[in-house]
Design a binder for this molecule. Structure first.
Ligand code: COA
Length: 390
């Protein structure tokens, strides 16, 4: 009989795999000590402030920034794949009427889209040209993410989804298909930069979920569905919506400090939008988003969300020494653009889909099953007792 003493012990991993390097990637580099983030070697700040989200998608999928012709070709491919089949709306309509959350509608919608992709089944086998087929599938998924979110949102409000406009960017189309109004250049620009800032971030939880799923040689729809489920959690993408809910609850700038104190007085109380597993200094995305929130506030004349956010930030820093993460100022940026907090996490999903898809393609280009071991801490071996004797 094997006893526990004879079982070889596996070394325990740090809780939450903190500090563990789980594989190679050439997509993004997170420097948590200095507070920098790079996509394929480029710092995120100029990519967000001088580039477009489409350029960022091209970069993540190809490893290089596009020239004008390459960018135009990519835009044309995305535009060609944007239409969501009416059957998907018919599927989601009754679910939306049951108050299913937008992230759950998105998860269901992406999963169901597989039924309308004639090529996806072949990618589960080792067929010739599989990577090329997967790139086409990735394009279809990326193109439909925004329209799926805005269409599902409209269904929730009892409205019908809107078709995209070929002349608009992905950011412009998101805002247009959400509201029915073509956004101003400034709003589109800010929203586009926010999409770029959220696109990729090393082996974050949802990206890792996508990679683990695709490493079983499962298909892209399965990987993105898993990633969406993972992003929805309040410790990951679900935080930005909760930041806005918190700001709404605080209500007035002068209530901010007492509100933070009340959260921190609770055992394990967490202020949403603060702290990070990797960054030991300020998240560089928060720095850009703070600047954008400040700018937006000044142009809109409504300083409330930004001023309240600054107060919360100062208090959390003073009390816990924690800096804001990407979710904190993205909330006041989206809030200042007049967006509903329910759509904040789905916006994160639309942007991060570009990174998820890049990671799936990277995983499949040099795949090995991801299968770690568990450090068993349960009972030692014991004799089975039949039900009648228990
Ligand atoms: N509010 C209050 N305290 C926080 C905190 C927060 N947002 N984030 C971390 N802490 C504290 C913890 O209470 C803990 O303190 P303690 O050692 O005194 O108990 C310490 O900081 C370490 O936290 P831990 O949960 O171990 O860090 P982690 O690396 O496992 O978690 C997050 C990282 C992001 C999950 C965590 O910071 C968090 O929950 N943040 C809020 C949710 C959020 O904004 N998520 C979006 C991430 S981009």
């Amino acid at each position: 009989m094997t006893t526990q003493a004879q079982t070889p012990a596996s070394p325990a991993s740090p809780a939450g795999l903190e500090g563990v390097t789980a594989g190679n990637s050439s997509l993004s580099r997170v420097d948590g000590t200095a507070g920098h983030l790079y996509y394929c070697g480029y710092p995120i700040e100029p990519l967000a402030e001088a580039g477009t989200f489409e350029e960022c998608v091209y970069l993540l999928w190809n490893g290089e920034l596009p020239n004008a012709a390459q960018l135009a070709e990519m835009k044309a491919q995305l535009t060609a794949d944007e239409k969501v089949p009416t059957e998907i709306w018919d599927l989601l309509r009754p679910l939306a009427a049951r108050n299913m959350s937008l992230m759950d509608l998105l998860r269901t919608g992406v999963s169901a889209l597989a039924a309308f992709d004639d090529e996806v089944a072949t990618t589960r086998e080792d067929v010739d040209g599989r990577m090329e087929i997967e790139r086409r599938v990735a394009n279809r998924v990326m193109a439909k993410m925004g329209p799926l979110v805005t269409g599902a949102y409209r269904l929730q409000k009892g409205q019908e989804p809107l078709a995209t406009k070929a002349e608009l960017s992905m950011a412009g189309n998101f805002l247009y298909t959400l509201t029915g109004e073509v956004p101003g250049e400034y709003e589109e620009r800010i929203f586009d930069a926010a999409l770029t800032l959220h696109a990729d971030h090393g082996f974050n939880a949802s990206t890792f979920a996508a990679r683990v799923t695709s490493a079983t040689e499962s298909d892209i729809y399965c990987a993105i569905t898993a990633a969406i489920g993972c992003l929805a959690g309040r410790l990951h993408g679900g935080a930005n919506m909760r930041v806005m809910r918190m700001l709404e609850e605080i209500g007035e700038v002068e209530n901010a400090e007492a509100f933070v104190d009340a959260i921190l007085a609770k055992p394990k109380g967490r202020v949403m939008g603060f702290g990070h597993r990797v960054y030991k200094v300020e998240d560089p995305r928060a720095t850009v988003l703070r600047r954008m929130a400040d700018e937006l506030t000044k142009s809109s004349g409504n300083a409330k969300w930004f001023q309240m956010s600054r107060k919360v930030e100062d208090r959390v820093k003073e009390r816990k020494g924690l800096a804001p993460n990407v979710d904190f100022y993205s909330a006041s940026v989206y809030g200042s653009l007049g967006l509903d907090p329910e759509i904040f996490t789905p916006i994160f999903a639309v942007s991060r889909a570009s990174g998820w898809l890049a990671h799936v393609l990277e995983q499949h280009a040099d795949n090995r099953l991801i299968r770690p071991r568990a450090n068993y801490i349960g009972s030692p071996e014991r004799a089975h007792v039949p039900l009648a004797q228990r």
